[in-house]
Design a protein around this ligand. Structure first.
Ligand SMILES: [Zn+2]
Length: 159
């Protein structure tokens, strides 16, 4: 079970992860994390008007809908994706320090919102990794999107 990188702890007292730990990368950088962050803002009373309207509309709160809000310059939705980028950047800086990985390929549902989190992700990696500052690694968006797991499972069967 090595390299379960989504379950490294970023924030010791952070959001509860589905694995039972608190503050995992996956609890901050996944489609489900985007929805959770929006719900937290709504419960705390800090959500933007756009996010409150979406929640009151009766439509299901999804990462795709939060993404659409972010594209419409909604401040809460944009902050949620900045948080996603900071979590990814923090984790990637750690992975560079541990493994010196040259190319990161990010997949999964949250990656569809790449344009909303890439700036804060790259800023966070640069802030935290001197290795990166001297020699930036590649961070790429997977062309398989959220289907990478299915392709991996199929490949195992072909082998
Ligand atoms: Zn976890």
């Amino acid at each position: 079970m090595a390299a379960e990188l989504g379950h490294v702890t970023l924030y010791p007292e952070g959001r509860l992860c589905a694995c039972g730990n608190k503050g995992c990368l996956e609890a901050y950088a996944a489609a489900s994390a985007v929805v959770k962050a929006a719900q937290e803002m709504l419960q705390a009373g800090t959500a933007s008007e756009g996010l409150r309207k979406l929640a009151a509309s009766g439509l299901k709160l999804t990462s795709a809908r939060v993404y659409e809000l972010a594209r419409e310059n909604d401040p809460s939705a944009q902050e949620i994706y900045r948080q996603v980028g900071r979590a990814l950047g923090l984790a990637i800086a750690n992975f560079i320090a541990i493994f010196d990985i040259e190319t990161f390929v990010l997949g999964g549902g949250a990656v569809d919102a790449w344009d909303m989190f890439e700036k804060s992700m790259f800023e966070e990696v640069a802030r935290r990794s001197y290795v990166w500052r001297n020699d930036p690694r590649k961070i790429l968006k997977s062309s398989l999107g959220s289907h990478a797991g299915i392709f991996g499972a199929a490949y195992l069967a072909f082998q």
